[in-house]
Design a protein around this ligand. Sequence first.
Ligand SMILES: NC(=O)c1ccc[n+]([C@@H]2O[C@H](COP(=O)([O-])OP(=O)(O)OC[C@H]3O[C@@H](n4cnc5c(N)ncnc54)[C@H](OP(=O)(O)O)[C@@H]3O)[C@@H](O)[C@H]2O)c1
Length: 240
Amino acid sequence: MRIENKIAIVTGASSGIGKEFSKKLVSKGAIVFGLARRLNKLKLIQEEIGNKFIPVEMDITIPDEIEKWVNSTFSEDYLPHILINNAGLGYFGNVDELSVNDWNTMINTNLNGVFYLTRKIVPLMKINSDHCHIFNIASVAGLLGNPQISGYNATKFGLRGFSEALFKELRFDNIKVTTMFPGSIATEFFNTADGSGTHPNMLQAKDVADTLIHILETPNNFLINEITLRPLNPKNPDTK
Ligand SMILES: NC(=O)c1ccc[n+]([C@@H]2O[C@H](COP(=O)([O-])OP(=O)(O)OC[C@H]3O[C@@H](n4cnc5c(N)ncnc54)[C@H](OP(=O)(O)O)[C@@H]3O)[C@@H](O)[C@H]2O)c1
């Protein structure tokens, strides 16, 4: 895909990799609708990168709000080309310590929210005469179960299944579906997940965004449907 003048939607655009995806897409000439709950953060990004970044205050766990926004933003004359389902969070801890509320928040954000938005965008992509591309940001936690992340694992394994089905369902409509499985990335994610913070050997958001751009720019009939990204050496350099 040639990214210039394409219309993109990025969820979780207020921080971390969603912010970097948005910056890289705008620098390539795309128009980016950045969705997140923290409008103040989105507005700061717009101040930094300009009006091709459009802040949208949205909680993706509310299907009616998504439906209203999609219906009032897009039409047959204004169709999206790129959807990046990135918003997500984790609550880590042993299963007997994981609250029902935290479990439900993870399922509602990482899985249900992806469905709520995707089901409204796919019909618009189907009538778009250009090729379109959906990215689902999973995690290595979508490939490997591990102690203390059972709930997060469940959402990301679920997202992998959803994504693989979509890839096979939409390929003949000229819609690519790519699932990304990154290892640890230095973002705010770890403030919520376990309060452990970040370290320099984690993946850097800008490098993850460069990979996304590379995948988007592949030729139309060339699909990278799954990609795993890892730090070569994942150890915190400050620990012996
Ligand atoms: N960091 C990692 O190590 C890592 C590794 C693999 C995969 N991932 C995945 O990468 C994605 C992005 O995470 P990140 O690392 O960039 O973390 P982050 O900096 O914490 O960003 C998470 C984003 O999700 C948004 N969000 C959360 N709940 C939302 C909701 N209900 N509605 C709308 N937006 C919501 C947040 O915005 P608001 O708070 O403003 O709503 C924020 O912009 C997630 O899906 C995560 O699971 C992260």
